[in-house]
Design a protein around this ligand. Structure first.
Ligand SMILES: CC(C)(COP(=O)(O)OP(=O)(O)OC[C@H]1O[C@@H](n2cnc3c(N)ncnc32)[C@H](O)[C@@H]1OP(=O)(O)O)[C@@H](O)C(=O)NCCC(=O)NCCS
Length: 242
């Protein structure tokens, strides 16, 4: 697969491909070792994505998903750090290659990293991103109570200032948004959708279950709709925080 950064950058709506058959059903999920971490850093740079967390936080851990279809390699990743600043544990850099989106791999990565945190007794974790980066995803998560928007002024300036070391700061990331993630609620949601992910033994093989793939576009939901349940889309609405 040849990477096309332009296509990837503009593909945030590529999730509307749920009717297509996934390119592959079998995946390896694991923690990236140093060579793989360097390889993923290279992909992030090629894709124009931020690499700040991995460059600045030596304690950061990176999950990878590798397609077991020959020649495909790494098709997704997501980072987590609980040690660099224990007051501000953070998740970062979630990415799934567009042709593999909508088949629950993003959720697999998320569930794995939130399970890892919960296993360590961490129930709240921070996430930062460009406010405009994936509007639909943020809207979905805030509305369901998984993500809570946080005012920048309420955060430790040292935590906020890490953004200044990011290559996208003030450019592609024009307006930084900060969120507090309810780790327990996310794990509950993820397990309801795809079952438990045991992160104590890695790497592990993960098989996609076609019956769990959402067949409808994830439409915005009504406020107070409760946790996501894998159901169909509901009425559009614009939350006050965007
Ligand atoms: C975000 C991303 C990783 C999702 O990957 P994916 O494999 O398509 O996601 P999944 O199929 O596992 O969906 C996981 C959950 O994410 C949510 N979701 C994913 N894409 C969404 C979208 N465009 N709109 C609304 N919700 C979305 C849903 O909550 C979904 O759960 P559900 O099945 O109960 O609805 C992928 O679209 C991506 O790499 N996008 C570009 C990078 C990005 O936006 N990263 C996150 C912000 S930095």
């Amino acid at each position: 697969m040849v990477y096309d950064p332009e296509r990837y950058r503009n593909a945030s709506q590529a999730h509307l491909q749920a009717d297509k058959i996934p390119p592959c059903f079998s995946f390896e999920l694991g923690w990236a070792d140093m060579p793989m971490r360097q390889a993923i850093l290279g992909l992030m740079t090629e894709l124009g994505r931020q690499t700040m967390n991995l460059r600045v936080m030596p304690t950061a851990r990176l999950l990878y998903v590798r397609s077991l279809r020959e020649g495909d390699g790494i098709v997704g990743w997501g980072g987590v750090d609980a040690e660099f600043n224990p007051r501000y544990p953070e998740v970062f850099s979630l990415f799934v290659r567009p042709d593999y989106r909508t088949y629950t791999l993003g959720l697999l990565i998320e569930l794995a990293r939130y399970t890892y945190l919960l296993d360590r007794g961490i129930e709240r974790v921070y996430a930062r991103m460009d406010r405009a980066s994936n509007y639909a995803l943020l809207q979905y998560r805030v509305t369901h109570g998984l993500f809570q928007p946080i005012e920048r002024a309420s955060l430790d300036p040292a935590y906020v200032s890490l953004c200044h070391g990011c290559e996208l700061y003030g450019g592609d990331c024009a307006d930084q948004a900060y969120f507090l993630v309810d780790v327990r609620a996310f794990v509950r949601h993820g397990e309801n959708r795809i079952g438990r992910v045991d992160v104590s033994e890695m790497p592990r093989i993960f098989e996609l279950r076609p019956e769990l793939i959402r067949r409808n576009p994830r439409l915005p939901v009504l406020p107070g709709a409760g946790p996501p349940d894998g159901g169909v889309g509901r009425t559009a609405f614009k939350p006050h925080w965007l």
